[in-house]
Design a protein around this ligand. Structure first.
Ligand code: DGY
Length: 319
Protein backbone atom coordinates (compact mmCIF):
# COMPACT_ATOMS: atom_id res chain seq x y z
CA UNK A 1 0.00 0.00 0.00
CA UNK A 2 1.25 3.49 -0.87
CA UNK A 3 1.77 5.91 2.03
CA UNK A 4 -0.86 8.61 2.49
CA UNK A 5 0.02 12.27 2.07
CA UNK A 6 -2.55 14.87 3.10
CA UNK A 7 -2.33 18.29 1.46
CA UNK A 8 -4.16 20.96 3.45
CA UNK A 9 -4.81 23.42 0.61
CA UNK A 10 -5.75 23.06 -3.03
CA UNK A 11 -2.53 23.06 -5.04
CA UNK A 12 -1.94 22.70 -8.78
CA UNK A 13 -1.66 19.05 -9.82
CA UNK A 14 1.62 19.76 -11.62
CA UNK A 15 3.28 20.48 -8.28
CA UNK A 16 2.14 17.12 -6.94
CA UNK A 17 2.67 15.02 -10.07
CA UNK A 18 5.83 13.19 -9.07
CA UNK A 19 4.63 12.76 -5.48
CA UNK A 20 1.39 11.20 -6.74
CA UNK A 21 3.40 8.40 -8.37
CA UNK A 22 4.72 7.11 -5.08
CA UNK A 23 2.02 8.13 -2.60
CA UNK A 24 -1.72 8.36 -2.25
CA UNK A 25 -2.28 12.10 -2.23
CA UNK A 26 -5.45 13.41 -0.60
CA UNK A 27 -6.07 17.12 -0.83
CA UNK A 28 -8.51 19.63 0.62
CA UNK A 29 -10.22 20.66 -2.60
CA UNK A 30 -11.91 23.98 -1.83
CA UNK A 31 -9.89 26.78 -3.36
CA UNK A 32 -9.09 29.78 -1.16
CA UNK A 33 -10.67 28.29 1.96
CA UNK A 34 -8.61 26.64 4.69
CA UNK A 35 -9.49 23.12 5.71
CA UNK A 36 -11.74 23.18 8.81
CA UNK A 37 -9.99 21.86 11.88
CA UNK A 38 -12.35 18.90 12.40
CA UNK A 39 -11.93 17.83 8.76
CA UNK A 40 -8.16 18.11 9.05
CA UNK A 41 -8.10 16.01 12.22
CA UNK A 42 -10.17 13.32 10.52
CA UNK A 43 -8.58 13.33 7.05
CA UNK A 44 -4.98 13.50 8.20
CA UNK A 45 -5.11 10.73 10.76
CA UNK A 46 -3.60 7.99 8.59
CA UNK A 47 -1.08 10.25 6.89
CA UNK A 48 2.62 9.51 6.75
CA UNK A 49 3.26 13.06 5.60
CA UNK A 50 1.40 16.36 5.70
CA UNK A 51 1.86 19.19 3.24
CA UNK A 52 0.77 22.21 5.25
CA UNK A 53 0.41 25.99 4.94
CA UNK A 54 0.85 28.75 7.48
CA UNK A 55 -2.94 28.79 7.94
CA UNK A 56 -2.83 25.39 9.69
CA UNK A 57 -1.91 24.99 13.31
CA UNK A 58 0.23 21.88 13.37
CA UNK A 59 0.28 21.25 17.08
CA UNK A 60 0.42 18.44 19.60
CA UNK A 61 -3.27 17.65 19.10
CA UNK A 62 -2.91 17.18 15.35
CA UNK A 63 0.34 15.24 15.64
CA UNK A 64 -1.21 12.95 18.24
CA UNK A 65 -4.13 12.18 15.95
CA UNK A 66 -1.65 11.28 13.18
CA UNK A 67 -0.04 8.27 14.75
CA UNK A 68 1.96 7.34 11.66
CA UNK A 69 3.13 10.83 10.86
CA UNK A 70 6.80 11.04 9.86
CA UNK A 71 7.07 14.32 8.00
CA UNK A 72 5.50 17.78 7.92
CA UNK A 73 6.37 19.76 4.79
CA UNK A 74 5.37 23.37 5.29
CA UNK A 75 4.83 25.46 2.18
CA UNK A 76 6.45 28.58 3.64
CA UNK A 77 9.85 29.61 4.84
CA UNK A 78 8.35 30.51 8.23
CA UNK A 79 7.21 27.62 10.39
CA UNK A 80 5.84 29.29 13.50
CA UNK A 81 2.53 27.52 12.74
CA UNK A 82 4.22 24.22 13.65
CA UNK A 83 5.04 23.07 17.15
CA UNK A 84 8.54 22.06 16.14
CA UNK A 85 9.68 21.05 19.62
CA UNK A 86 6.86 18.51 19.85
CA UNK A 87 7.57 17.24 16.33
CA UNK A 88 11.18 16.69 17.36
CA UNK A 89 10.05 14.75 20.43
CA UNK A 90 7.98 12.53 18.16
CA UNK A 91 10.83 12.20 15.60
CA UNK A 92 8.69 13.89 13.00
CA UNK A 93 10.78 15.76 10.44
CA UNK A 94 9.75 19.31 9.56
CA UNK A 95 10.70 21.01 6.29
CA UNK A 96 10.14 24.52 4.94
CA UNK A 97 10.67 26.30 1.60
CA UNK A 98 13.67 28.62 1.89
CA UNK A 99 15.60 30.16 -1.03
CA UNK A 100 12.89 29.78 -3.67
CA UNK A 101 11.03 32.79 -2.26
CA UNK A 102 13.93 34.99 -1.23
CA UNK A 103 14.01 37.41 -4.17
CA UNK A 104 10.24 37.54 -4.53
CA UNK A 105 9.75 38.43 -0.88
CA UNK A 106 12.58 40.96 -1.02
CA UNK A 107 10.92 42.56 -4.07
CA UNK A 108 7.64 42.88 -2.17
CA UNK A 109 9.37 44.25 0.92
CA UNK A 110 11.03 46.93 -1.17
CA UNK A 111 7.83 47.64 -3.08
CA UNK A 112 6.00 48.08 0.23
CA UNK A 113 8.72 50.43 1.44
CA UNK A 114 8.40 52.49 -1.74
CA UNK A 115 4.60 52.49 -1.67
CA UNK A 116 4.63 53.68 1.94
CA UNK A 117 7.37 56.30 1.57
CA UNK A 118 5.94 57.76 -1.65
CA UNK A 119 2.26 57.35 -0.64
CA UNK A 120 1.48 55.37 -3.78
CA UNK A 121 -1.81 53.88 -2.63
CA UNK A 122 -3.06 57.20 -1.26
CA UNK A 123 -2.01 58.90 -4.50
CA UNK A 124 -3.75 56.33 -6.66
CA UNK A 125 -6.91 56.70 -4.57
CA UNK A 126 -6.62 60.45 -4.97
CA UNK A 127 -7.47 60.09 -8.63
CA UNK A 128 -9.98 57.30 -8.16
CA UNK A 129 -11.91 59.39 -5.62
CA UNK A 130 -11.74 62.49 -7.80
CA UNK A 131 -9.68 64.54 -5.38
CA UNK A 132 -7.17 65.69 -8.02
CA UNK A 133 -8.42 69.13 -8.90
CA UNK A 134 -5.09 70.91 -9.27
CA UNK A 135 -1.37 70.34 -8.93
CA UNK A 136 0.01 71.70 -5.62
CA UNK A 137 3.57 72.06 -4.43
CA UNK A 138 3.34 69.75 -1.43
CA UNK A 139 0.36 67.63 -2.36
CA UNK A 140 1.05 63.96 -1.53
CA UNK A 141 4.70 64.75 -0.85
CA UNK A 142 6.35 61.68 0.64
CA UNK A 143 9.83 60.86 1.90
CA UNK A 144 12.92 60.19 -0.16
CA UNK A 145 14.29 56.69 -0.19
CA UNK A 146 17.66 57.17 -1.86
CA UNK A 147 20.63 58.01 0.38
CA UNK A 148 18.60 57.28 3.51
CA UNK A 149 19.43 54.75 6.24
CA UNK A 150 17.77 51.37 6.22
CA UNK A 151 17.80 49.26 9.39
CA UNK A 152 17.17 45.58 8.83
CA UNK A 153 16.06 43.55 11.84
CA UNK A 154 16.72 39.91 10.93
CA UNK A 155 19.51 39.59 8.39
CA UNK A 156 18.64 36.21 6.95
CA UNK A 157 18.42 35.38 3.27
CA UNK A 158 15.56 37.81 2.66
CA UNK A 159 17.25 40.51 4.72
CA UNK A 160 20.36 40.21 2.55
CA UNK A 161 18.28 40.35 -0.61
CA UNK A 162 16.60 43.54 0.65
CA UNK A 163 20.03 44.98 1.49
CA UNK A 164 21.15 44.20 -2.05
CA UNK A 165 18.21 46.19 -3.43
CA UNK A 166 18.93 49.06 -1.03
CA UNK A 167 22.47 49.43 -2.40
CA UNK A 168 20.92 50.36 -5.75
CA UNK A 169 19.31 53.30 -3.95
CA UNK A 170 22.61 54.39 -2.37
CA UNK A 171 21.21 53.65 1.06
CA UNK A 172 23.26 53.20 4.21
CA UNK A 173 22.48 49.79 5.70
CA UNK A 174 22.41 48.91 9.38
CA UNK A 175 21.38 45.52 10.64
CA UNK A 176 20.55 43.80 13.88
CA UNK A 177 20.86 40.04 13.98
CA UNK A 178 21.79 37.35 16.48
CA UNK A 179 24.90 36.54 14.44
CA UNK A 180 27.14 38.84 12.47
CA UNK A 181 26.80 38.40 8.70
CA UNK A 182 30.27 39.03 7.25
CA UNK A 183 29.02 38.38 3.71
CA UNK A 184 26.39 41.14 3.99
CA UNK A 185 28.94 43.46 5.58
CA UNK A 186 31.33 42.88 2.71
CA UNK A 187 28.88 42.86 -0.18
CA UNK A 188 26.47 45.58 0.90
CA UNK A 189 28.57 47.54 3.34
CA UNK A 190 25.99 46.66 6.00
CA UNK A 191 26.90 47.62 9.56
CA UNK A 192 25.99 45.43 12.51
CA UNK A 193 24.60 47.38 15.46
CA UNK A 194 22.46 47.02 18.57
CA UNK A 195 18.65 47.04 18.31
CA UNK A 196 18.62 50.40 20.09
CA UNK A 197 21.14 51.97 17.69
CA UNK A 198 19.26 50.64 14.69
CA UNK A 199 15.97 52.11 15.89
CA UNK A 200 17.60 55.44 16.67
CA UNK A 201 19.48 55.83 13.40
CA UNK A 202 17.23 54.31 10.72
CA UNK A 203 14.90 56.16 8.38
CA UNK A 204 13.37 52.82 7.38
CA UNK A 205 13.10 50.04 9.96
CA UNK A 206 12.49 46.73 8.22
CA UNK A 207 11.25 43.76 10.21
CA UNK A 208 12.31 40.46 8.67
CA UNK A 209 13.11 38.40 11.77
CA UNK A 210 11.37 35.08 12.30
CA UNK A 211 8.66 34.80 14.94
CA UNK A 212 9.91 32.99 18.04
CA UNK A 213 9.26 33.23 21.79
CA UNK A 214 12.07 35.80 21.94
CA UNK A 215 10.91 37.98 19.05
CA UNK A 216 7.19 38.13 19.90
CA UNK A 217 6.23 41.82 20.33
CA UNK A 218 9.84 42.87 19.80
CA UNK A 219 8.41 46.06 18.30
CA UNK A 220 6.66 47.39 21.38
CA UNK A 221 5.99 50.81 22.89
CA UNK A 222 9.63 51.29 23.90
CA UNK A 223 10.87 50.29 20.44
CA UNK A 224 8.63 52.76 18.58
CA UNK A 225 9.56 55.49 21.05
CA UNK A 226 13.22 55.12 20.11
CA UNK A 227 12.58 55.57 16.37
CA UNK A 228 12.86 58.89 14.54
CA UNK A 229 9.62 60.82 14.14
CA UNK A 230 10.20 60.59 10.40
CA UNK A 231 10.80 56.83 10.53
CA UNK A 232 8.87 54.42 8.35
CA UNK A 233 8.30 50.93 9.73
CA UNK A 234 7.94 47.98 7.37
CA UNK A 235 6.90 44.47 8.44
CA UNK A 236 7.13 41.61 5.94
CA UNK A 237 7.82 38.85 8.45
CA UNK A 238 5.10 37.90 10.94
CA UNK A 239 2.52 40.16 12.54
CA UNK A 240 3.16 38.96 16.07
CA UNK A 241 6.59 40.56 16.11
CA UNK A 242 4.69 43.79 16.58
CA UNK A 243 2.54 44.99 19.45
CA UNK A 244 -0.19 46.42 17.22
CA UNK A 245 -1.63 48.69 19.92
CA UNK A 246 1.81 50.22 20.39
CA UNK A 247 2.19 50.67 16.63
CA UNK A 248 -1.24 52.32 16.42
CA UNK A 249 -0.25 54.68 19.21
CA UNK A 250 3.06 55.50 17.52
CA UNK A 251 1.35 56.22 14.20
CA UNK A 252 -1.45 58.34 15.59
CA UNK A 253 0.67 60.44 17.96
CA UNK A 254 3.37 61.20 15.42
CA UNK A 255 5.98 59.10 17.19
CA UNK A 256 6.77 57.60 13.75
CA UNK A 257 5.70 58.73 10.29
CA UNK A 258 4.21 55.69 8.56
CA UNK A 259 4.06 51.91 8.34
CA UNK A 260 3.87 49.37 5.54
CA UNK A 261 2.45 46.08 6.78
CA UNK A 262 2.20 42.83 4.86
CA UNK A 263 1.43 40.80 7.99
CA UNK A 264 -0.79 41.06 11.05
CA UNK A 265 -0.96 39.33 14.40
CA UNK A 266 -4.32 37.68 13.74
CA UNK A 267 -4.81 37.06 10.03
CA UNK A 268 -6.95 37.57 8.09
CA UNK A 269 -7.87 41.03 9.34
CA UNK A 270 -10.99 42.92 8.30
CA UNK A 271 -11.38 46.45 6.97
CA UNK A 272 -12.31 47.68 10.45
CA UNK A 273 -8.89 46.78 11.86
CA UNK A 274 -7.64 49.98 13.57
CA UNK A 275 -4.35 50.09 11.63
CA UNK A 276 -5.87 49.69 8.20
CA UNK A 277 -7.80 52.94 8.15
CA UNK A 278 -4.90 55.16 9.09
CA UNK A 279 -3.83 57.40 6.20
CA UNK A 280 -0.19 56.65 6.98
CA UNK A 281 -0.51 52.86 6.73
CA UNK A 282 -0.18 50.73 3.63
CA UNK A 283 -1.68 47.33 4.42
CA UNK A 284 -1.32 44.18 2.33
CA UNK A 285 -2.84 40.71 2.87
CA UNK A 286 0.38 38.71 3.45
CA UNK A 287 1.51 38.54 -0.17
CA UNK A 288 5.29 38.58 0.32
CA UNK A 289 5.95 35.49 -1.76
CA UNK A 290 2.82 35.70 -3.88
CA UNK A 291 3.92 35.47 -7.48
CA UNK A 292 2.77 32.63 -9.68
CA UNK A 293 6.34 31.51 -10.32
CA UNK A 294 7.38 31.50 -6.68
CA UNK A 295 4.23 29.94 -5.25
CA UNK A 296 4.64 27.14 -7.80
CA UNK A 297 8.26 26.65 -6.73
CA UNK A 298 7.23 26.60 -3.06
CA UNK A 299 4.50 24.02 -3.69
CA UNK A 300 6.88 21.88 -5.73
CA UNK A 301 9.65 22.09 -3.14
CA UNK A 302 7.25 21.09 -0.36
CA UNK A 303 6.07 18.12 -2.44
CA UNK A 304 9.64 17.22 -3.40
CA UNK A 305 10.65 17.15 0.25
CA UNK A 306 8.01 14.48 0.79
CA UNK A 307 8.93 12.52 -2.36
CA UNK A 308 12.58 12.56 -1.46
CA UNK A 309 11.82 11.33 2.06
CA UNK A 310 9.56 8.55 0.84
CA UNK A 311 12.16 7.43 -1.71
CA UNK A 312 15.36 7.58 0.28
CA UNK A 313 14.61 8.85 3.80
CA UNK A 314 16.28 12.20 3.12
CA UNK A 315 14.64 15.61 2.89
CA UNK A 316 15.90 18.61 0.92
CA UNK A 317 15.23 21.53 3.23
CA UNK A 318 14.83 20.48 6.87
CA UNK A 319 14.21 23.26 9.38
C1 DGY B 1 6.56 32.41 4.33
O1 DGY B 1 6.97 31.66 3.44
O2 DGY B 1 6.83 32.26 5.50
C2 DGY B 1 5.68 33.52 3.89
O3 DGY B 1 5.29 34.32 4.92
C3 DGY B 1 4.48 32.97 3.17
O4 DGY B 1 4.68 33.14 1.87
Amino acid sequence: MKPLVYVTRKLPVEALRSLSKIATVKMWEKANVPVPRDVLLEEAKDATALLTMLTERVDEELMNVCEQLELIANMAVGYDNIQVDYARKRNIIVTNTPDVLTDTTADLTFALLMATARKLIEASNYIKHDKWTTWSPFQLAGSDIHHKTMGIVGMGRIGEAVAKRATGFDMKILYYNRNRKPSAEQKYNAMHCSFHELLKESDFVICLAPLTEETKHLFNKEAFKQMKQSAIFINASRGALVDEDALYHALTTGEIAAAGLDVFEHEPIRSNHPLVNLHNVVALPHIGSATLETRMKMATLAADNISSYLKNGEVITPV
